[in-house]
Design a protein. Structure first.
Length: 122
């Protein structure tokens, strides 16, 4: 999985991921950002998954949700799985392919630790 961390035009951390994993980049940029408390919480959840203390975990965000299990993670736009009434035009179809992506838990942990280092240098 190829990715790059940059500072955007507002000097905020941003993540750019390869085609097919763009949603993960949006999650890092928009949901995680510089939030060290959230980052520590996710690393703790990963440790619990690795230690087999829990089987899965759902992290709900503002725009994106993340489901983690012992093998992989999946990030998806919250609206794609929102079962409540959503006020969208009647003939609108949601395109899930660009709103969902996943990767292995170990790969995600490696990227998360790299993000932690990147944000720590800012």
């Amino acid at each position: 999985m190829d990715y790059q961390f940059i500072r955007n035009d507002r000097a905020e951390p941003a993540a750019i991921f390869e085609m097919g994993a763009e949603t993960l980049g949006l999650w890092f940029t928009e949901e995680l950002g510089r939030d060290r408390k959230k980052l520590a919480h996710i690393l703790n959840v990963i440790q619990q998954l690795e230690d087999k203390e829990i089987e899965h975990y759902l992290l709900q965000g503002h725009e994106f949700n993340m489901e983690l299990n012992r093998d992989e993670i999946e990030v998806y736009a919250a609206i794609t799985r929102d079962e409540s009434e959503v006020d969208i035009p009647q003939d609108t179809e949601l395109y899930d392919q660009e709103s969902i992506c996943g990767c292995g838990l170990e790969d995600f942990k490696d990227v998360l630790l790299s993000w932690e280092q990147f944000v720590g240098r800012m």
